[in-house]
Design a protein around this ligand. Structure first.
Ligand code: SF4
Ligand code: SF4
Length: 74
């Protein structure tokens, strides 16, 4: 982990976070394979995000053809 300052990790650049609309997800797995930080995993048949690994790059939201992922301000 990076150095902490005022509760924030210094190298962290997450300003927004991805949210998965489960009802729109087809389970294709594209988001999980495309995340450069391995922050998406599958559990109980759903794709979920490990926010402690996510950098907020938005690639998963762009990759999802179903638009099941959107980026939300904290
Ligand atoms: S890319 Fe979209 S539809 Fe595919 S598993 Fe991820 S959230 Fe679901
Ligand atoms: S925003 Fe980037 S780091 Fe976070 S889950 Fe999506 S692809 Fe991975």
């Amino acid at each position: 982990m990076g150095e902490k300052k005022n509760g924030e990790t210094l190298y962290s650049w997450r300003k927004v976070r991805p949210v998965i609309r489960q009802e729109q997800c087809t389970g294709c797995g594209v988001c999980m394979r495309g995340c450069p930080f391995e922050a998406i995993y599958r559990e109980a048949g759903e794709y979920r995000i490990r926010y402690e690994l996510c950098r907020g790059c938005g690639i998963c939201a762009l990759d999802c053809l179903r638009r099941a992922i959107y980026m939300r301000l904290p």
